[in-house]
Design a protein around this ligand. Structure first.
Ligand code: TGC
Ligand code: FAD
Length: 389
């Protein structure tokens, strides 16, 4: 049999399973990340600054709300939207986070649960990147249990009055629009709260060690009056925000593969050129075992999300499958980033190398959109039919 050289980033030729359109999307985003993101993202991370100048680029490539149909959205399939996340996160998790929040957590609920007027008003400008969204679900007293939210909305005539606060909200400091979740006497409901609405304020969390190129903040609602026309009419109960999380978690499961690939690619180069004890670091069995372990986990993650994407495109994907993918792939990427950091030795703590930046970012990714334990318990519930939450 002829010896074939494998692509170290794609040992099972997962790319060969993609159709032409999917490959074109991946290539276009990969080029953009190489040209526009990689040269600048390290500086943005160091400066704790969201690179807002990239939003226009993301929008012009159709990456905002990429899987939605109409309203200026690109209508791509689920696999393509996953590949977009993968390439963006090869640059930095902050960029994928921005796109996840805008697309899956803000445009998706408006598209799925919004009125025609709400869709017309917001979706085209969100697809163009002119209106930036944030998603307010988590509260400071316990994000894993959103059913226990304290933020509430009470009817006053034809309006709603919102009071409460949200914590750890991606895009909060830069958002023009908030998809805010609040408890009413009939259960959880979703509201569209525009920046500048009286009593609605946002603050920025300035001292993060993770996702430093993402803008994260808190939201405050102090007697915020929102007309009934700003309530998402189709969003009834906690399952509405949870359905948005399913979309975003799907993208994360793809995205983190990109972060892991970025770390492994840099490490392979490094270990081949660094000479210790008279031979390249890569010539040591212990190093090769660790590299092989990374490739094994990346390959598993790639195959897992491709099947997940095919299920999603068939309308057959379930939340428990997404939980398994989010848990498996984020854990793999985080372990890979940490191990790459270690194999770089002292250089591993230098900003010159990407693994420590990815590693620090992934410490957030493993926590947000459901912690590892939450996803494990979701799968346990699926297996046993018993909720252990
Ligand atoms: P539970 O009784 O399980 O569910 C209530 C209703 O919701 C349905 N459901 C889902 N639907 C769609 N997708 C999902 N993933 C769903 N999970 C549950 C469920 O069938 C039920 O429907 P129905 O018709 O019976 O009413 O609710 P629970 O209170 O027991 O909670 C379950 C649990 C713990 C899994 C849930 O609370 C949870 O997922 N907690 C984690 C919270 C979380 O992930 N927060 C993320 C906030 S957003 C964020 O982090 C953004 S990061 C920014 C970025 O992405 O970059
Ligand atoms: P907690 O819920 O207090 O959990 C603490 C620990 O307890 C975790 O290890 C958890 O796994 C464990 N735990 C919880 N319950 C159980 C149990 N039953 N059994 C065993 N262990 C358990 N939220 C939004 O709404 N919108 C956003 O845009 C957003 N962006 C974010 C950006 C960043 C950078 C970060 C860090 C978070 C963001 N979040 C956002 C919030 C995120 O979703 C929450 O941090 C997450 O859901 C966990 O909630 P928590 O931080 O309150 O931790």
């Amino acid at each position: 049999m002829p010896q074939k050289t494998l692509d170290p980033m794609d040992l099972y030729d997962v790319r060969g399973l993609l159709d032409e359109q999917e490959r074109l999307v991946q290539d276009a985003v990969a080029r953009m990340v190489d040209d526009k993101v990689l040269p600048t993202i390290g500086r943005a991370f160091a400066d704790h600054r969201f690179p807002r100048e990239l939003v226009g680029e993301l929008a012009s490539m159709g990456l905002l709300g990429s899987s939605l149909e109409g309203y200026g959205c690109a209508g791509m399939n689920a696999v393509s939207s996953g590949l977009i996340c993968q390439e963006l996160e090869r640059g930095d998790s902050a960029l994928r986070s921005f796109v996840s929040v805008q697309s899956s957590l803000c445009m998706y609920p408006i598209y799925t649960y919004g009125s025609d007027a709400q869709k017309e008003r917001y979706l085209p400008s969100m697809a163009r990147g002119e209106t930036i969204g944030c998603f307010g679900l988590t509260e400071s007293h316990g994000g894993s249990d959103p059913a226990n939210m304290k933020t509430h909305a009470k009817r006053r005539g034809g309006d709603w009055v919102l009071n409460g606060s949200k914590m750890w909200i991606t895009n909060a400091p830069i958002a023009d629009l908030c998809v805010a979740w609040a408890m009413t006497e009939d259960g959880v409901r979703g509201f569209l709260v525009e920046k500048g609405t009286r009593g609605f304020t946002a603050s920025e969390i300035h001292d993060k060690f993770s996702l430093r190129a993402s803008a994260t903040g808190a939201l405050f609602f102090d007697e915020v009056v929102v007309p009934e026309s700003h309530r998402l009419p189709g969003a009834v109960g906690l399952k509405a925000p949870l359905s948005c999380l399913t979309q975003a978690r799907y993208g994360i499961a793809w995205g983190v593969i990109g972060a892991a690939q970025a770390c492994l690619a840099q490490l392979i180069d490094y270990t081949k050129t660094r000479v210790l004890f008279g031979r390249p670091l890569a010539a040591n069995q212990l190093i090769q075992v660790r590299l092989a372990e990374m490739a094994r986990r990346i390959t598993t993650a790639q195959l897992l999300v491709l099947q997940l994407g095919r299920l999603k495109d068939r309308g057959a994907m379930t939340p428990a499958q997404v939980s398994l993918a989010k848990w498996n792939n984020v854990r793999a990427a985080l372990d890979i980033a940490r191990d790459c950091r270690d194999m770089l030795g002292g250089a591993g703590i230098s900003a010159e190398y990407a693994p420590i930046r990815h590693m620090l970012n992934l410490e957030s990714v493993v926590t947000y959109e459901g912690t590892e334990s939450i996803h494990q318990l979701s799968i346990g519930r699926e297996l046993t039919g018993i909720s252990a939450f």
